[in-house]
Design a protein around this ligand. Structure first.
Ligand code: CO
Length: 134
C-alpha cells in the first residue's frame, strides 16, 4: 500500500497575533508565510515542523465554514491532513468502506494541490482532509 504522510494539522484561531505568540514565539516554530485566501475568507499562517506543517486559520469574514466553526466551538484543532499519492484511489477506497465524504470529487487549489474532506461523522469526530500534491 502507498505510504501516507501527515501534510498538516490545522488549528482555528480567533487572534492570529496571540496564536503566533505561542506557536512561533514561545514554541519556536518557523513561520514560513501568511496567506490570505479570499475565496475561503480565511488567513492562513504556515508554520514548519520537521515533517509536516501547522496551519493557523483565522476567519476574515463572518460567513465562512471556519467562522461558523469558531463561533460555535471556539478556537482549537480543526482538521488533520493526510497526503496520499492518488486521491481518487483513496476516495474510492473510503467510499467502498462506506465512509461519507464531504466532497464527492477532489477540489483543486491554485497551486494545483487536489483535496477532499472526509465527513467527521464517519471518522469518530475528526475532520480529515486528503491531499494529493502536484
Ligand atoms: Co487543510
Amino acid at each position: 500500500m502507498a505510504r501516507i504522510a501527515i501534510d498538516h494539522i490545522a488549528i482555528v484561531v480567533s487572534d492570529m497575533e496571540a496564536a503566533l505568540g505561542f506557536w512561533q514565539g514561545a514554541l519556536g516554530l518557523e513561520l514560513q508565510r501568511i496567506e490570505s485566501i479570499a475565496a475561503e475568507e480565511v488567513e492562513v499562517a504556515f508554520l514548519e515542523t520537521d515533517n509536516a506543517h501547522i496551519e493557523l486559520l483565522l476567519p476574515t469574514g463572518d460567513d465562512s465554514g471556519i467562522a461558523r466553526y469558531l463561533a460555535s466551538k471556539g478556537g482549537g484543532m480543526h482538521h488533520i491532513c493526510l497526503a496520499v499519492a492518488d486521491i481518487e484511489a483513496a476516495m474510492q477506497r473510503l467510499d467502498d468502506a462506506g465512509i461519507e465524504l464531504i466532497n464527492e470529487r477532489p477540489r483543486q487549489r491554485e497551486d494545483g494541490t487536489r483535496y477532499a474532506f472526509v465527513h467527521p461523522k464517519s471518522s469518530g469526530g475528526v475532520l480529515v482532509e486528503l491531499y494529493q500534491k502536484t
